[in-house]
Ligand binder design. Structure first.
Ligand code: IPD
Ligand code: CA
Length: 274
């Protein structure tokens, strides 16, 4: 078994167990533990518990690997592999009882920095929807046992696009301005509320494209690999990989068009970090 396959199998195994825990905690009722970067940016007891479980399982299976999770301090490793983990992506959906939330687990090599890392394996598991999206580098993208692919054509009726908005109220006006620029390319817009699922849905052809500013590494580490392995393209600001400044995914033609409308013109905030 290749290293990628080994990491991929582990990611699926741990995401399955972590998803089951998140799902069980949800059915028992959710309590908000704290607010983080903004009042709207919440963490539940379950986010912490699920991340602790994932961390423990990874440390037991691969003790030298690094860990970068949403709810804990980054832990450097010695093997060159880092696990990038969002225990519950879509926390607000989770808190409100909307089933669109997911455990996102990726293994990357190189520095744990999305500008330079190479994602080797990823799993995005939505336990309330019973869907496991997974990929290993060079092995295609999968929904359970079915291979998935991005939509290859740009639909003349416009593209079904998704986006998201940051928690910081100050980010809303610039983000809405970006959405305004993109609308001429869209047949409609979705705001699913979990970046990992937006990315997985592009990989599965359920969405044509997705863009968002302000994502953290754990929001997109697994999902971007899914898109790439599903034949899609993922970029950030012009000439760069997806980062907090921008993530744009879809087929190559659509990504080019989205980049053009997002990065041309006069709006001053485009391309600036949150
Ligand atoms: C958030 C979700 C949301 C996206 C935000 C993320 P969280 O992650 O993925 O869709 O718009 O940028 O922070 O807080 O639910 O883990
Ligand atoms: Ca997240």
């Amino acid at each position: 078994m290749s290293l990628e396959q080994e990491l991929g199998t582990l990611a699926i195994e741990i995401a399955t167990e972590a998803g089951a825990l998140a799902h069980a905690r949800r059915s028992e009722g959710v309590s908000i533990a704290a607010s983080k970067s903004a009042l709207a940016d919440i963490v539940t007891e379950a986010d912490r518990e699920v991340e602790a479980l994932i961390h423990k399982r990874i440390a037991a299976a691969r003790p030298g690997d690094g860990f970068l999770g949403e709810e804990s301090d980054a832990e450097p490793g010695t093997t060159g592999i880092t696990w990038v983990v969002d225990p519950i992506d879509g926390t607000v959906n989770y808190a409100y009882g909307i089933p669109s939330y997911a455990v996102s687990i990726a293994a990357v090599s190189g520095d744990p920095d999305p500008r330079t890392w190479t994602a080797l394996a990823g799993a995005v598991y939505a336990p309330a929807l019973g869907e496991m999206f997974h990929a290993v580098r060079g092995g295609g993208a999968w929904l359970g046992g079915r291979r998935i692919a991005v939509n290859g054509e740009v639909n003349p009726a416009g593209s079904l696009l998704a986006t998201g908005f940051g928690y910081d109220p100050a980010s809303h006006a610039p983000q809405l301005a970006l959405l305004g620029r993109v609308m001429p390319l869209a047949r409609d817009i979705r705001r699913i509320g979990a970046a990992s699922l937006d990315l997985a849905y592009v990989a599965a052809g359920r969405l044509d494209g997705y863009f968002e500013r302000g994502l953290n590494p754990w929001d997109h580490a697994a999902g971007v690999l899914l898109v790439q392995e599903a034949g899609g393209v993922a970029v950030g600001v012009p000439g760069a990989a997806p980062t907090r400044e921008m993530t744009i995914v879809g087929n190559a033609t659509l990504v080019e068009r989205l980049s053009q409308v997002l990065f041309s013109g006069a709006a001053p905030e485009v391309g600036r970090a949150e």
